[in-house]
Design a protein around this ligand. Sequence first.
Ligand SMILES: NC(=O)c1ccc[n+]([C@@H]2O[C@H](COP(=O)([O-])OP(=O)(O)OC[C@H]3O[C@@H](n4cnc5c(N)ncnc54)[C@H](OP(=O)(O)O)[C@@H]3O)[C@@H](O)[C@H]2O)c1
Length: 291
Amino acid sequence: MNVGIVGTGLLGKAVATRLINSGHKVTVYNRTREKTKPLEKLGASVVDSPRKVAEKSDTVITIVKDASAVESVAFGKDGIADGRHDGLVVADMSTINPISSKKIAARYKEYGIIMIDSPVMGGPPLAEKGQLIVMIGGDKAAYEKCRSVFDSIGEKTFYLGSNGAADAMKIAMNLQISILALAISEGIILAKKSGLDPLLFLEVLNSTYFKTGMSQIKGPKMAKGIFEPSFFLSVMQKDLDEINYTAKEFGANLPVARLANELYQSAVKEGLGMIDYTGIMAYLEKISKGT
Ligand SMILES: NC(=O)c1ccc[n+]([C@@H]2O[C@H](COP(=O)([O-])OP(=O)(O)OC[C@H]3O[C@@H](n4cnc5c(N)ncnc54)[C@H](OP(=O)(O)O)[C@@H]3O)[C@@H](O)[C@H]2O)c1
């Protein structure tokens, strides 16, 4: 299948790598062209607009920061809509709120393009191994048509219903991740302040029912202050904006999500946006020092 990737940041690069390695013909575009160089070396065709990606592809996956970036690559100058052709399916893998997702799908429809939402759980390392969890919302026949693409990158796919359903599920998932990072951070900080070895704190936690992938894999790095990004803290903060916006629109009162957003916003203001989201611990440690 000819697959296009628009947006080769941390996740887009990993998804493109996996698709190339599984035998798909991949065309890529990124606003900052420099970031496509490693993919070019792997055999991707690099073009200079989302329109050209669409022209060369049966399926285009958009993996950009937020809803306004999705709109820009879709409907901006030389956008995906300008490269429309019969049978083109667009799958948006960016984490955006379900309300914006539905609006964007409706706008694509005006151009005769079917858009499905296809957000994922799991970061770049799992993408490269084809072990993402994929969630799909939108036209089921369109999903079936590009199923082989999702089977290449994911170990499990959930078809969740109409447009926006998968994005609603995804942001409910990211609410878990953002709060879990806060809980592990505060546990490590409290253990340290109590004179305990933070690695021992994790060992005890990971021996219980309350262990998580995060406490097992990211936890030891957090305890050592290593925050090499697989998912930027600023991108998690954007997701908390999406979560809180959706909660407001749908009438859910989520006080913990509001507080989490305030903390991640403060961390971004402190200049921590470009470290891993688990680096929220660095911010919490900083404010803990003054107390
Ligand atoms: N990393 C993960 O583990 C992960 C997992 C699941 C979902 N996601 C979601 O996937 C999306 C991408 O995340 P990421 O981790 O790959 O972030 P990233 O490394 O920061 O990449 C962001 C991408 O969006 C592009 N972009 C931003 N604003 C744009 C605009 N106005 N017009 C065109 N392109 C624009 C960037 O282009 P430039 O290079 O030119 O800045 C880059 O390609 C986000 O919605 C994120 O929430 C990420």
